[in-house]
Design a protein around this ligand. Structure first.
Ligand SMILES: *[C@@H]1O[C@H](CO)[C@@H](O)[C@H](O)[C@H]1NC(C)=O
Ligand SMILES: *[C@@H]1O[C@H](CO)[C@@H](O)[C@H](O)[C@H]1NC(C)=O
Ligand SMILES: *[C@@H]1O[C@H](CO)[C@@H](O)[C@H](O)[C@H]1NC(C)=O
Length: 533
């Protein structure tokens, strides 16, 4: 078992955190919507807010908006008790003159792949795991609780982190239904950490955690106008997280995300190899020190246009991004334009590069280990999951939503085969001769690209990336689009400086115009629900 774990660590898996950067340093009157963790903690200290009030606010928003958005699968029945406990504890700790944990009293939602040992289920959106009992909190959850965070619930996702079928719509799962983009209800929320992004975008929670193997944090962050950090693989523990491909899997966060990142990074005995190897990247004093408004000064940023700039030349969105590049230059960055990444066509095509082949093999191998470690579970193997879906067609809707990727993964034989080993070496070579060579040759701190397609480059090498809201595409119903800053392993400090300074220079993010109170809105929500069934 132990050696299997080690194997995976050199294989694929990613986890991510979503939130907003600090939108404002000072606010005249306190409003929970769009408030940052720092705002909220200040309000706690000034006795203007309690964790109970905050949780009550979010529970009300979830109750009102979730029938439409389907971002939350389960709410923690103990949330209000946990809030009361946090309020009491805060008074006691302050009275004793001691320090509060970095996330003390802050509610957080977790992607439904992140295990919690409480009343919440952990199911990856599938009925096959409903009622399963996990052995313990995931490593990152243990760290969150230690820093004082309250687990508010579980978010929806693309089922099995999109490993059920690439033919299914992103953001859909049997248990969660179809997650909706709060900006463009008819558009995609992207995935697979769809609910984590939607819930932060729509102010259903302050921060949420997601996980990324290939784009699963960066893409929904871009589409839902929130900040998403996908950390270097190994910086955050994957123990207790329903896996996809541990070689690429990672857990992440932004600004507020930076507060969460500070709480969740570090060694975990149950994901020992990768978390030990990445420990050297964690800066003394944590990541908050890199939230600097002048963070762009002297940074060298590469622009790789092909194939990441697919907008029609002269279109509004293309002009908006040229404007952003000017902003980066004005803020003191040096832009190195028109760069090319060797073999980019292969890297961005997972079927062609072999990434998909190893992902399927790794998924089966690591999922089977996860399922065997459960205390009780309706399913104990990927084969059981496929059979469960076939035997519960009514629940799992397999006629409408296929499970061909689960079936294909079941046919693989683990990561020890010659083919898999050769592919892993090929992916390492593609990263070395492509992204790494480009970064070193031009002495770059980051590559900036529109949207989240760059996630493909970051995925195969375990590299970090941050998505920051950048625009609303008027030619596409106002669909949000982010800018992605990607860098070499362990360069989170530089990426945070760049992303935060960009955010502060542009302040693009605006909340979606959903109203939680109007009767008209409720009527249209009901109509929408009727029509989507
Ligand atoms: C807290 O309340 C006081 C008095 O009502 C007000 O002056 C102060 O700005 C509030 N603080 C925050 C963070 O809202
Ligand atoms: C977890 O699943 C069980 C069904 O097995 C259900 O009764 C329970 O309400 C679920 N928990 C939450 C918090 O929704
Ligand atoms: C793009 O369109 C928006 C909305 O119509 C407008 O506010 C903005 O100025 C345009 N940007 C450019 C660079 O044309």
């Amino acid at each position: 078992m132990e050696s299997h774990h080690r194997n995976f660590s050199i294989n694929l898996l990613l986890i991510l955190i979503l939130s907003l950067f600090f939108m404002s340093a000072t606010t005249a009157s306190f409003s929970i919507k769009e408030a940052s963790i720092r705002d909220i903690q200040q309000a706690f200290l000034e006795n203007n807010l309690t964790s109970r009030k905050l949780v009550e606010f979010y529970l009300h928003e979830i109750e009102t908006l979730n029938p439409l958005l389907r971002a939350v699968i389960e709410v923690n029945p103990d949330a209000l008790d946990l809030a009361d406990k946090a309020d009491e504890e805060r008074r006691r700790i302050i009275a004793e003159g001691n320090h509060l944990g970095g996330l003390h009293g802050i509610p957080i939602l977790l992607k439904d792949t992140i295990a919690t040992k409480d009343k919440l289920n952990t199911t990856a959106g599938s009925y096959a795991l409903l009622g399963s009992v996990v052995p313990r909190d995931a490593g990152v959850v243990e760290k969150l609780r230690k820093s004082g965070a309250l687990i508010l619930g579980k978010t929806s996702l693309s089922e099995w982190a999109y490993m059920r079928s690439f033919h299914n719509p992103k953001g859909w799962s049997a248990r969660g239904g179809q997650g909706k983009n709060p900006y463009v209800l008819s558009g995609t929320p992207c995935g697979s950490s769809s609910g984590s992004a939607i819930s932060v975008a729509a102010n259903l929670v302050t921060v949420s955690l997601g996980a990324e193997t290939h784009g699963s944090i960066l893409c929904p962050s871009s589409h839902n106008s929130v900040v998403g950090i996908k950390p270097t693989v190994g910086l955050t523990s994957r123990a207790g997280v329903i896996p996809v491909a541990p070689r690429q899997d990672t857990i992440g966060t932004v600004s507020d995300a930076v507060y969460v990142l500070d709480a969740i990074v570090g060694f975990d005995q149950l994901d020992a190899g990768p978390t030990k190897a990445a420990e050297k990247y964690i800066p003394d004093g944590g990541y908050k020190q890199f939230l600097k408004k002048d963070g762009l000064t002297g940074k060298r940023i590469g622009i790789v246009r092909h194939p990441f700039f697919s907008f029609p030349h002269g279109s509004n969105i293309s002009q908006v991004f040229e404007g952003h590049f000017d902003t980066l230059r004005r803020a003191g960055a040096v832009l190195v334009d028109n760069l090319e990444i060797e073999h980019i066509e292969i890297i961005t095509n997972p079927s062609h590069s072999g990434e998909l082949t190893v992902m399927k093999a790794e998924f089966k191998q690591s999922l089977n280990i996860y399922l065997k470690e459960l205390i009780t579970s309706p399913v104990r193997s990927l084969a059981n999951v496929v059979a469960f879906n076939n035997n519960h067609k009514d629940l799992e809707k397999v006629d409408k939503f296929p499970q061909d990727m689960l079936i294909a993964a079941e046919k693989t034989h683990g990561m020890d085969g010659e083919e898999e080993r050769a592919i892993v070496q090929k992916l390492e070579r593609l990263s070395r001769d492509g992204f790494e060579k480009l970064m070193t040759e031009h002495e770059l701190d980051a590559i900036a690209t529109p949207g989240s397609d760059f996630a493909a480059v970051l995925a195969i090498g375990g590299y970090p990336g941050i998505s920051v809201p950048a625009a609303y595409d008027e030619d596409n119903d106002g669909m949000p689009i982010g800018i992605c800053f990607g860098g070499l392993r362990g360069t989170e400090p530089k990426l945070i400086e760049i992303a935060y300074a960009f955010e502060q220079a542009t302040l693009v993010r605006k909340p979606p115009s959903l109203k939680s109170t109007s009767e008209d809105e409720k009527r249209s929500i009901t109509l929408l629900l009727v029509s989507s069934q």
